[in-house]
Design a binder for this molecule. Structure first.
Ligand code: SAM
Ligand code: SF4
Length: 466
């Protein structure tokens, strides 16, 4: 019989996040919900009494990663047992939702499986798993998990830094034919304005200065406002910009079909809204977009890009691409390369199509051989890498506002983020952490920028010499 540690013993939880930013947010909320039960969050699985893997199911490789990690967890659990300590292992997130009981059958090390809509029930599931391993909860419960979840304490918010994610919309009704999200995250739901506002106010009171609003289709946000009417994402952003302490706002991920006029205008008029837009297009071929059920064509995407650049010429545009979707011809792929050249991205995530069980794409004719997908992926990645370099080089000599977040790796260094979300390092005092300061960009590295503090050259040379 499994022995739980005595009630009075301090317990520890380790949550490992895979995949998207929403999983990062969910992992924090899982740590918060167990925190309210007396668990402290730890940074390594070796220290933990409860290990939660918050998984991603978007591509086959992401899902398979979980099983290799569970192999490691089995060894760890056995070692703890030999030392007289019981460890519980849980699988959460989208693999949990998609595979449910199959996980427990395939990996005996797993004590509990919890889907993304049920993690507010974790304390109960953990207690049950301690008595009898193999607990599975992948329901889409009627109750709203957000109303049941405790918010982070000020101390844990501070330990997570000056920037925070806040999920405002979850699930998806778009059913792109390659994607598992509508099945693993369920139907599209927006959180009410008052709930989001309360969470942001609490984060701000604990010192957070930058908020990224999250949703699978965040720009389809339509949460109910205090007066009972639905608010758009733009309206929510304007309201959040008024929260004392909040200096910067971002949002991700957007769907081209939902990019409303008011959101585009907010990029022109709302100073707190950073000039950065992640707008996945997936392919540059109309034929492929149609088979993907994206509900927009390439020209529509070009028009959107023009409108957004007209409103905010300084915007950094990023995107997601899938190459090798079933039936993609050389000409279709050439259209994708052409779209990339015409738009000019600051960066992009590029993926080889991965057939996901249960999605319409998996059943389509014309699946491409892996080597062809790989060679197209490499060609696209080379093009995107060149654009990323060009974008970063275009910033050299410019002065940008940097929100400093932490000391750098080298002595005397502090690092922060530019409005375009690029890491920027300068030599400067650690007292800069928490402030937004103008920095002149002097050089670009692979994924970051070097800079000097503006108007502080004397101080800079003193610190550089230290
Ligand atoms: N909701 C967003 C959208 O509409 O683009 C993003 C959702 S998904 C979490 C993130 C990215 O994973 C997608 O934009 C797509 O490029 C990629 N992706 C999704 N399913 C995939 C699959 N079956 N194979 C390869 N990449 C995939
Ligand atoms: Fe997946 Fe498409 Fe929904 Fe994005 S919009 S989450 S890619 S189904």
């Amino acid at each position: 019989m499994s022995q739980s540690p005595p009630k009075s013993a301090p317990k520890a939880v380790y949550v490992k996040s895979y995949g998207c930013q929403m999983n990062v947010y969910d992992s924090q909320r899982m740590a918060d919900v167990m925190g309210a039960e007396g668990y402290r969050e730890v940074a390594t699985p070796e220290e933990a009494d409860l290990i939660l893997l918050n998984t991603c199911h978007i591509r086959e490789r992401a899902a398979e990663k979980v099983y290799s990690e569970l192999g490691r967890m089995r060894v760890l659990k056995e070692e703890a047992k030999a030392a007289g300590r019981d460890v519980l292992v849980g699988v959460a997130g989208c693999v949990a939702q998609a595979e449910g009981e199959e996980i427990v059958r395939r990996a005996r090390v797993v004590d509990l499986v919890v889907g993304p809509q049920s993690y507010h029930r974790l304390p109960d599931l953990v207690a049950r798993a301690a008595q009898k391993p193999g607990v599975v909860d992948t329901e889409f419960p009627a109750e709203d998990k957000f109303t049941k979840l405790p918010t982070a304490t000020a101390a844990s918010t501070r330990s997570r830094g000056l920037t925070a994610f806040v999920t405002v919309q979850e699930g998806c009704d778009k059913f792109c034919t390659f994607c598992v999200v509508p099945y693993t995250r369920g139907a599209e739901v927006s959180r009410p304005v008052a709930q989001v506002l309360a969470e942001v106010e609490k984060l701000a009171a604990a010192g957070v200065r930058e908020i990224t609003l999250l949703g699978q289709n965040v720009n389809a946000y339509h949460g109910v406002g205090p007066e009972g009417k639905e608010w758009t994402l733009a309206r929510l952003l304007y309201r959040l910009a008024e929260v004392p302490g909040i200096a910067r706002l971002r949002y991700t991920t957007s769907h081209p079909r939902e990019l409303g006029e008011d959101l585009i205008a907010a990029h022109r008029d709302l100073a707190a809204l950073m000039p950065y837009l992640h707008l996945p297009v997936q392919s540059g071929s109309d034929a492929v977009l149609k088979r993907m059920n994206r509900k927009h064509g390439r020209d529509e995407y070009f028009r959107l890009v023009d409108r957004i650049r007209e409103a905010q010429p300084d915007i950094a545009l990023t995107s997601d691409f899938i190459v090798g979707f079933p039936g993609e011809t050389d000409a279709d792929f050439a259209d994708t390369l052409d779209l990339v050249r015409r738009v000019g991205f600051a960066s992009a995530y590029t993926f080889a199509y991965s057939a996901r069980p249960g999605t319409p794409g998996a059943e389509m004719d014309g699946h491409l051989p892996e080597p062809l997908k790989t060679s197209r992926l490499h060609e696209l990645q080379a093009l995107v890498a060149g654009q990323q370099r060009d974008f970063q080089e275009s910033l050299v000599g410019r002065t940008v506002d940097v929100l400093f977040e932490k000391p750098g790796r080298k002595p005397g260094q502090v690092v922060g983020r530019s409005p375009h979300l690029l890491p920027v390092q300068v030599i400067g005092p650690s007292s800069l952490v928490g402030s937004i300061v103008p920095v002149r960009i002097t050089a670009t590295k692979t994924n970051s920028l070097d800079g000097v503090l503006v108007g502080d050259d004397h101080m800079m040379s003193v610190h550089a010499a230290e």
